[in-house]
Design a protein around this ligand. Sequence first.
Ligand code: F6P
Length: 540
Amino acid sequence: MSTETPTLDRTAAIARLRSHKENHKWSLRELFGASPNRAQAFSAEACGLYLDFSKNHLRPETLEMLLELAEALDLRGQIHNLMSGVAINNTEHRPALHTALRFQGEPRSEHEQAVADCRLQMRRFVQQVHGDEWLGFSGQPIRHVVNIGIGGSDLGPRMVMEALRPWNRENLSVHFAANVDGADLSDTLATLPAENTLFIVASKSFSTLETRQNALSARQWMLDAGCRQEQLAQHFVAVSSNIVAAQDFGIAAENIFPMWDWVGGRYSLWSAIGLPIALGCGFDVYEELLAGANKIDRHFAEAPLANNLPVLMALIHFWYRQCWKTGSQVVLPYAQRLAKFPAWLQQLDMESLGKSVDRSGQRLEYPSGSVIWGTEGSNGQHSFHQLLHQGTDLIPADFIAIRQPTSALTEQHRWLLACCISQSQALLQGKSQQEAREELEAQGYTHREAHALAPHKAIAGNRPSNTLIVEKLDPAHLGALLALYEHKVFTMGCLLGINPFDQWGVELGKLLGNAVHEAIGQEAPAHWDGSSRELLKRLF
Ligand code: F6P
């Protein structure tokens, strides 16, 4: 099957969408005025996730045009290619088979068989640790796990552990150290007893600067605490596709969990990179997470495009990015335990879509990935929401609400959800100058004062948002939520005609970092720019 997408002229298709936008002016208030039941027509539901996309600048014909574009690009065929192992990562000549990591039932391919073997290895290891059979150098059982990894080898498991706090085991705590800043590792280790601490060195490449530095320091910390060289194997396991490098580091072959080149780092939490989750929450919980993600995989592969959640979310994002010139999208999970979701999503989305050329290397004539940012609600309301409501930029928002309470403080949950609904309502409605003036006069301001103050109090409104309701913050729904966004990003990649599975852009900085490190304490090479030469002098 071909890895190449149909040669549709995207620039022309985008031009048609732009002219549709210019020729049909409407406001969100008008759309709801004309069709009060819009929420029924502009919503879709699957796998315990309900997407209300009615608060968007979409008319039925807009959606039709976007869906036609998806059809013309053979999105279905591209989804099939993704899931059937076609080498769609065309610059690295390999498939992107993260969906195989969450297969259910009996393995049906070589890839699934490898995953099944890995799951068995993980399950046995987790049983040993939980059963106090895996002992540290002094004969103590393991009570602390420190995951050393960065990017995709950190953000996913870190976010999931926090999201699934009620499932965290009591007698095994999981910690994360990522930054090359030694403060991260040393603060993490400050209170940990070495004798019952286990390190997972998680690195697909096993060559990442931060992870190597932290792993070396962790090994020294263990030796300093009295662990003998030959006992280090009891305290270090690895997850990597670079078995040789992991062994060179001193990790026993049987303690290395596999990774494969057909899984991208930012799509890897479903692999053994999820080992901290399996240890920290239990293997069954890890499997429920996989099963939830698998449900969305099937939905993505099978549901008609018009009801397909990831497809709809991508089309809407594409519409704003291409036709409304939006430069960023804000994601607002109204759930404290999803505080790290935006950081995970940033890597997923921006590392995938931050490209300037199409799959064949031609310069894009339209914008690609945008800035993804956000924080947990309701906290963001008291920091940056001002800009969402009254700033000059249009920033589409994804609100994520969890229907069932996540704590025993149920009244607070009602307030949380009220905040979530009211924010999207305020973005939509806004407040006209006249409404602001009338409000001020009703409060006793003179006509003159009300007139002067009204422009400051007016809120443009007409600002779009999606609201995604997740039934419950449990492993299965969380798995579904994460896979939903993975597939949204893939769909964006298809719409943009780019390869969302490479990340060559990060390489140059890494290379230069090595050169700068080598230059420390010496005269900077003459070919460096003047600023970098001066910075080297001042810092060292
Ligand atoms: O530098 C970016 C990156 O390659 C990410 O894509 C990846 O998730 C991260 O670094 C960590 O890589 P590794 O797992 O190989 O250490």
